[in-house]
Every structure is written in structure tokens, then in C-alpha cells.
Design a protein around this ligand. Structure first.
Ligand SMILES: Cc1cc2nc3c(=O)[nH]c(=O)nc-3n(C[C@H](O)[C@H](O)[C@H](O)COP(=O)(O)OP(=O)(O)OC[C@H]3O[C@@H](n4cnc5c(N)ncnc54)[C@H](O)[C@@H]3O)c2cc1C
Length: 802
């Protein structure tokens, strides 16, 4: 007996900025909400610091890793995101900045295509400002208290500020979601934070201890991360918060709303290799489904589940970018000493929150003198233990400098003339120049959102080029970073990864962009997925371009805007049900004609294999357009099939000329290699009135990578309309992919997932000809009979008409 799945007004997938805000707003408005987060909770003191602990702090449950860092690596770009209750807020640097008003770009398409990197924001800064206000209040943002002791001795902030001022750059402290002080009290390092109500971890937090460890997770709870703010509030408002629950698939329900399947990553499986494909699936259902699994997570989920959503926008996967991230370093910074000598310009970059301030570089859009694309450059810090690691790198030089002092050191140890040896031990540590004069510089801004996300072999792929349209932008960031490094008296250092023609982003955006219509975007300006009422996306994936500054505040503000619209809608009307999925269509009947002739007395079977390949495009129903768009987006589809006619006599006498098909389809965008569970073939079925048009038909039932049933329906058209064109006719397969297993009678109502054209290459055709097999082997007449039918029918179509 199966029990009914638990039903909620809303299911939210992912607990980052988009998901936490959505869950809280909906729960607070009285909806029943279930928040599904794949990662685990991280209360204070649970973030590892030891090398062994760090080794397990990555996300890959199949390898037994249930940690916080989810690392992606593509051809030219690497991306880091988070897994855990609170999403990216666990590892982020707490900077919450608003997107510049003039950077809500409204370009029109250059070539009429959503792929040409143009950017159109269907919301304005004025529309977002009330939501920015609300999020800033919830996240309790404050500036670093640089004017008060002991914060006024923060050397990296002071050095960064002074260098910027010397270069006449626009510097400011940034808003941080960190608690430095209790309300009404002066800032104080390491004081217990007074909270109005228990946080979700039930633990005491401390004000910022200036350890520079924000990006590794704050063990003191000083960061106002989402678990302490929105998720705690959602929990108090009654949301059902489920951690270690990874969503795998979802689909519209016939009666409206959505069903969502997820697996549970048990704590017992931590450290144990696990076949995660075989984990038990659990189901919940909902009226509203809000996807907030982040840029990588949500786009990946939708790409994998696309067959259940055939009317998704063709823009799915488009406008990917890294928010222009570029990390560089200033190293060995020096300054003039009191007597004019050069002395280390000490940054002590591990003593402060990771980021405290930013320089804003103008944009041509600002309307001033600036040309080019604007950006922000921030004073990134580093955890103190990284300082020790830098120090170790400098060990050879320190050892060299120690040599002249060795006789004195040895003398002391042997004779014990000087029993107070503090200076001796201090000497052993060296001058610390490498670690204390090092400052990471983090640039980010308006790159060109021209990356494309897709599936490759069932995995996520990103087509992004460092030297694409954003080349001039990156050079600009590099030039200013270099000038800053020089002004700090240091040596400019590229991130080694840059020299390998790669960048690493911590701000991946796009993939499910907002747009004015379904051609331009996957969601509208209120997060509604086009064509799927009740389905929403609220996270970094909806950005139609770079935010410019750090994006989390804008992601959260947009989620707040989307939630307001959902709540208003809910008050006004109930959500209409999406059309039922076609997998509930009645079970298909086998294609052989109802009045099939009886089997022959001595049947001979014939089989051949066929390989065709081509391109399809999602959300398209025109074959030619589907083929062209698929070619551009590299959405290729190939099949390798064996066609079996088990009784050649019957095959010939049946006017449907039916055969069966086994084999597989290869399509990364549908989940990789898909085995054909049932397949039918019909040779030269009459389609025209006078025999002038015949079809070769293919129908394949399969399941996509996520287990959704799909059908490939293809036909070759042999028609006497273009002179003798038999090669082109019999080598061109017009192809639809339908949602569900669709029998021929259901074709007109089937939901089209993708459309395109496949071809057989002349070389493959030659191979195909060599694959004809007869059983029993002595019945070579079967090939002749098939050939006669083939040629005979071709004659009927192409031969002279009487
Ligand atoms: C080192 C670092 C520093 C950063 N510093 C800043 C900063 O100072 N300021 C700033 O604005 N931004 C910063 N960022 C970026 C910021 O973290 C992201 O932009 C932000 O978290 C994105 O929010 P989101 O809602 O799109 O998704 P996320 O915050 O990434 O949340 C997505 C959540 O969904 C979960 N999830 C994914 N797939 C599934 C699934 N199938 N089922 C269930 N759950 C799933 C994930 O585990 C995750 O918790 C930083 C990022 C890094 C890595």
C-alpha cells in the first residue's frame, strides 16, 4: 500500500538567498511551506579548520563528502558555491550592496537572438528599492566600525583606503551582514549577541572576532547568515525545514500543482562511497514550487527535468556569467619608513572580516567621463592560518636569513648565558614579510552574459570564454588592480589560474534569466516560469546579466519581490492548474495495423542497424528552426537502432510494413544515453492520395535521464516534389520528442519537448547496407524481397506517372 505524499502550499528547493527569503515570506503570510535543502546545518563551531576536516568539507555525496564547498570546473571557468542550511551565506564575505541604478541595462537584441549576449532587465532599481530596504533590515547590515578602537587599527582597510585616495578612486566602506555590536551598545570583539528569540541552532553567537574566516564559515556565529536570519524566522513562522534532502526531479500534476521527488543523504553515509542513484526517493506535492537551488543547481535541475516541462523557454541555459569576478594579489607591499628607508607595508589581512571596503570604478552607463564597463574592487582578506601557510612558502628565504644568527642561537642554547630567549624564538619565526604584506584584491562587475549552460553526458556543461566579449572588461579590472598593487608598494600577481586562460567565479549568475516574454527569458519579472503556473524560480539563475557588485542582496531583493507577488496572487485567486502531463495518456497500442496478416508458415527474419545524427531544439515545433537553433546551441541527438522484421512475408503483405526497433538514443540534453524500451518502424506508409507521398516512420519509447517517459517520433518523407531526390528523402528524419509515451493517435495532442532533424551520413549509410542479417541464414531471398519492396516503392514515388 502506498501512502499519499504530504502536500504543502509551497515547496522551496534550496536555502540560499532566494530560497530562505521565499520560505520566510510565504510562511509568514500563512502558507504551509516545506524547505528542502540538500546540505546539512552548520551551527557555531561546526566549521572545520584542521587539514583533515577541510579535506571532508566538499560536496560530493557519492564519494561520501557532505561538506559545504560545491566546486564546479568547466572549460574556461571554475565556479564555487555552497551546500548547507543557509546556502552561499555560509561561505560568503557578507557584502550586501545594491545594484547601481544605471546598471539595470535595457539593450535590445542585436541579431534578434537571446544568445547574442544582450542584456535586458525587466525590473528597475526603483521597483527593487523597497525590497532592498526590507532585506537589509532582516540581515541587520552595518558598516565596519573603522572609526572606533580596536577596529581603527585594521591595517589592510587603512592601506587600501589610502592607496585608493592617492589614485583618486571612489572608495567606501561597504554594508556587511555581520554583528559587531549589540543594539545600542558600542562595537565589541567577541561579546555574546543578544537575540530576540532562539535561533534555529539554539546556540549563542558572538560579535565579530576579526578572524578573517568568513569564507570558511564563521565558528562564532558572528555573520548574520541566512540560518540566523530568514531561516530562523521561517522556522518560527512554522515552515517545515528539511536538511540533507536533495531534490532530484519534479513534474506537473494532472490535478494541478507539482510533485517533487528527493533523496536523503543520511549522516551515516558521510565518509562512505554511496551509489546515490539508488537512494530511495521521497515525494511531496505542492501548489507552488519555488526553485532556489542557485545558478548551478536550478539550471541543472531544469535541464535534467526538461522533458516534464516541454513548454519551457528556449532561453533555458542562457546568459550565464561570473559577475565579472577577477581575483588578483598585491604581494610584498613596502612603504617609506620614518627615515626614508623602505619598510614592509603591513596589511595583516587576516585580522578583520574578509572584506571591509570597496572601490567603485565608473561605467559608460553612468553618464560621466567613464568609458567601458564598470566594476568594484574589494580588499579581500584571508584566514589567519593561510598567513601561516604563506609564511611556510617563504621558509627558504627565512632560513637563509637565519644562518648568520645561528652561532648566537647555538651559543645561547649551549651556554645558557642568556636565559630569557623570547627574542631567539621570535627570530626563528622570521620577518613574516610574505604573510603580513600580502593582500588579495577581488574585482567584480559588468561582464557580458554570453555563457551557455547545457547537459553533456547527463552532467552540467558551460560554454564560456575568457577572451570573448568580456576581454576588454577583464583588462580594465586588471589595470586598476595593478595600479592599486603598485600604490600599496607591492608586486602585482595574477591568480595563477588566469595564466591558464581560466577564471574562477564565486558569483555565478544566469541560466534561467528573467525576460519580457518566453523567447527572452525563462521567468517573467516576478519569477513566474513562462507557461507553468505555480512554478517559480528565485535565485541567482534569474539574473539576465551581471549584477555588478556582489549579487546576494539583489538575489534576495528579487526573491522578496517575487514572494510579494505570490502572496498578492494568492489573496486574489487560486493558481490555475498546468495542463496534465502526457505520461498519463492511455497506454500505447503497438503500431502493427489492427488487421495484420497472419504469420507465414516458414518465417524468415531480416534486420539491419541504422545510425542517424542531427540537432534538436527545446521549445520549438518547427523542424527546420529546431535543427538550426539546435546546431547553434550544439544540442545534438544521435540514435543507433536495430530494425527487425521478424517475418519478411508478413512485413511485405502488411500495408503498414511494420518492424520493431531496439537500441539507444544519445542526447546529452536529455540525460545522455537513453535505452529504447519499445520501438516501432514502418516502411513506406502511404501518406498522399495517389501514392505520391510515402513515409518511413519511427517511434521510440524511452525515459530521459531523470526517469520521465518520452517518445521520439520521426519520419522520413519520400515525395515526388523535387525531381529525383531519393538520397535526401531517405536520409532525412524529421524528429519530434514528446513528453510521455505517446501512441500514434495521441500525436496531435502530444506535448512537444524538442524538435529537429537527423541525417544519415553517406558513410554511415554504407555501413548500414553491410548490416543486413537474415535468419535462417539460407533465406537470402529475404534481402531480395525487402530490396524489391524498397525499390518498388521508390519507383512508385519517383517513377514516371501514367
Ligand atoms: C567564497 C565566496 C564569497 C562570497 N562573498 C559574497 C559576498 O560577500 N557578497 C555577495 O553578495 N555574494 C557573495 N558570494 C556569492 C553568494 O554566495 C551567492 O551569490 C549567493 O549565495 C547565491 O544565492 P542563491 O540563492 O542563488 O543560491 P545559493 O546561496 O547558492 O543557495 C542554493 C542552495 O540550494 C541548495 N541546493 C542545490 N541543489 C539542490 C537540490 N537539488 N536539492 C536541494 N537543495 C539544493 C544548495 O545546497 C544551496 O544551499 C560569495 C560566494 C563565495 C563562494
Amino acid at each position: 500500500m502506498t501512502t499519499a505524499a504530504q502536500h504543502f502550499d509551497a515547496v522551496v528547493v534550496g536555502s540560499g538567498f532566494g530560497g530562505s527569503v521565499s520560505a520566510y515570506r510565504l510562511a509568514e503570510a500563512g502558507s504551509s511551506v516545506c524547505l528542502l535543502e540538500r546540505g546539512k546545518p552548520f551551527p557555531p563551531n561546526s566549521f572545520p579548520r584542521s587539514p583533515l576536516g577541510m579535506k571532508t568539507q566538499f560536496w560530493d555525496p557519492s564519494e561520501g563528502l557532505h561538506g559545504m564547498f560545491n566546486m564546479w570546473s568547466f572549460d574556461n571557468i571554475d565556479a564555487i558555491c555552497a551546500s548547507g542550511l543557509g546556502g552561499g551565506s555560509l561561505i560568503y564575505a557578507n557584502v550586501l550592496l545594491r545594484k547601481d541604478e544605471d546598471w539595470f541595462v535595457r539593450e535590445e537584441p542585436g541579431h534578434g537572438s537571446w544568445r547574442d549576449g544582450y542584456e535586458y532587465w525587466p525590473v528597475t532599481r526603483a521597483e527593487l528599492d523597497p525590497h532592498y530596504d526590507r532585506v537589509e533590515r532582516m540581515m541587520n547590515v552595518q558598516k565596519y566600525p573603522l572609526d572606533q578602537a580596536p577596529y581603527d587599527k585594521t591595517l589592510k582597510t587603512l592601506a587600501f583606503r589610502d592607496a585608493a585616495r592617492k589614485l583618486k578612486l571612489d572608495w567606501d566602506l561597504v554594508n556587511l551582514a555581520v554583528t559587531f555590536a549589540n543594539a545600542g551598545d558600542p562595537p565589541m570583539v567577541g561579546e555574546p549577541i543578544k537575540e530576540d528569540r532562539p535561533n534555529i541552532h539554539g546556540r549563542t553567537r558572538l560579535t565579530c572576532k576579526l578572524t578573517g574566516e568568513c569564507d570558511l564559515g564563521c565558528n562564532h556565529g558572528s555573520k548574520n547568515s541566512l540560518d540566523y536570519t530568514y531561516i530562523t524566522a521561517a522556522w518560527h513562522a512554522g515552515a517545515d525545514i528539511r536538511t540533507r534532502c536533495e531534490v532530484r526531479s519534479f513534474a506537473p500534476r494532472p490535478e494541478g500543482g507539482y510533485s517533487v521527488e528527493y533523496v536523503i543523504h543520511d549522516p551515516e553515509s558521510e565518509g562512505v562511497k554511496t551509489d546515490t542513484k539508488r537512494l530511495v526517493r521521497h515525494t511531496v506535492t505542492c501548489d507552488k514550487l519555488i526553485l532556489s537551488a542557485g545558478t548551478m543547481g536550478t539550471t541543472y535541475l531544469l535541464l535534467k527535468n526538461r522533458a516534464a516541462f516541454p513548454r519551457l523557454s528556449p532561453a533555458l541555459g542562457a546568459r550565464f556569467g561570473g559577475n565579472g569576478d577577477l581575483l588578483t594579489f598585491a604581494r610584498n607591499c613596502m612603504k617609506d619608513g620614518p627615515a626614508g628607508e623602505r619598510v614592509p607595508n603591513v596589511m595583516d589581512a587576516g585580522r578583520a572580516p574578509v572584506i571591509t571596503s570597496a572601490i567603485r570604478i565608473g561605467d559608460a552607463l553612468d553618464g560621466g567621463d567613464a568609458t567601458g564597463r564598470g566594476f568594484y574592487l574589494e580588499d579581500a582578506g584571508l584566514p589567519e592560518f593561510v598567513g601561516w601557510m604563506l609564511q611556510l612558502l617563504d621558509a627558504p628565504r627565512s632560513a637563509w636569513e637565519l644562518i648568520p644568527k645561528l652561532p648566537k642561537l647555538a651559543g645561547n642554547f649551549i651556554s645558557h648565558k642568556d636565559t630569557d630567549i623570547g627574542d631567539t624564538v621570535s627570530d626563528l619565526i622570521g620577518d613574516c614579510a610574505e604573510s603580513s604584506t600580502f593582500l588579495p584584491l577581488l574585482g567584480m562587475g559588468r561582464d557580458v552574459p554570453e555563457g551557455i549552460m547545457s547537459l553533456e553526458n547527463g552532467g552540467l556543461a558551460v560554454d564560456w570564454k575568457k577572451n570573448g566579449s568580456s576581454k576588454a572588461y577583464f583588462e580594465r579590472v586588471r589595470d586598476v588592480s595593478k595600479a592599486m598593487a603598485e600604490e600599496l608598494g607591492g608586486t602585482f600577481l595574477d591568480n595563477p589560474i588566469w595564466l591558464l586562460s581560466r577564471v574562477v567565479t564565486v558569483h555565478a549568475l544566469g541560466g534561467c534569466p528573467m525576460g519580457r516574454n518566453e523567447q527572452e527569458g525563462v521567468v517573467d519579472s516576478e519569477g513566474r516560469v513562462f507557461n507553468y503556473p505555480g512554478l517559480y524560480i528565485a535565485d541567482g539563475s534569474v539574473m539576465p546579466g551581471p549584477v555588478g557588485p556582489n549579487p546576494s542582496l539583489t538575489i534576495a531583493a528579487l526573491a522578496d519581490r517575487f514572494a510579494s507577488a505570490m502572496i498578492d496572487e494568492h489573496k486574489g485567486a487560486t493558481v490555475s492548474a498546468p495542463p496534465p502531463p502526457s505520461e498519463d495518456d492511455p497506454a500505447p497500442a503497438a503500431t502493427p495495423a489492427p488487421e495484420a496478416p497472419p504469420p507465414s508458415e516458414h518465417p524468415a527474419s531480416l534486420q539491419f542497424t541504422e545510425k542517424m545524427r542531427g540537432f534538436v531544439s527545446f521549445g520549438e515545433d518547427d523542424f527546420d528552426k529546431g535543427f538550426r537553433a539546435g546546431k547553434k546551441s550544439k544540442t545534438d541527438l544521435m540514435f543507433h537502432l536495430t530494425v527487425l522484421m521478424d517475418d519478411i512475408e508478413r512485413f511485405i503483405s502488411d500495408e503498414q510494413h511494420p518492424g520493431s526497433i531496439t537500441g539507444h538514443v544519445q542526447c546529452d540534453a536529455l540525460g545522455g544515453r537513453l535505452e529504447v524500451s519499445q520501438g516501432w518502424f514502418n516502411l513506406f506508409v502511404e501518406a498522399g492520395e495517389r501514392g505520391e507521398r510515402k513515409l518511413m516512420k519511427y517511434r521510440l519509447f524511452m525515459e530521459d535521464g531523470e526517469g520521465h517517459p518520452i517518445t521520439l517520433r520521426g519520419f522520413k518523407e519520400v515525395e515526388d516534389d523535387r525531381g529525383f531526390d531519393v538520397w535526401s528523402d531517405t536520409s532525412t528524419l524529421f524528429t519530434h520528442i514528446y513528453a510521455g509515451h505517446v501512441e500514434p493517435a495521441g500525436d496531435d495532442d502530444a506535448e512537444i519537448v524538442a524538435t529537429g532533424i537527423l541525417h544519415i551520413r553517406p558513410t554511415d549509410f554504407a555501413v548500414q547496407c553491410a548490416t543486413f542479417r537474415v535468419h535462417p541464414a539460407h533465406r537470402v531471398d529475404a534481402i531480395g524481397r525487402f530490396g524489391a519492396l524498397f525499390a518498388g516503392d521508390l519507383w512508385e514515388v519517383y517513377g514516371p506517372k501514367g
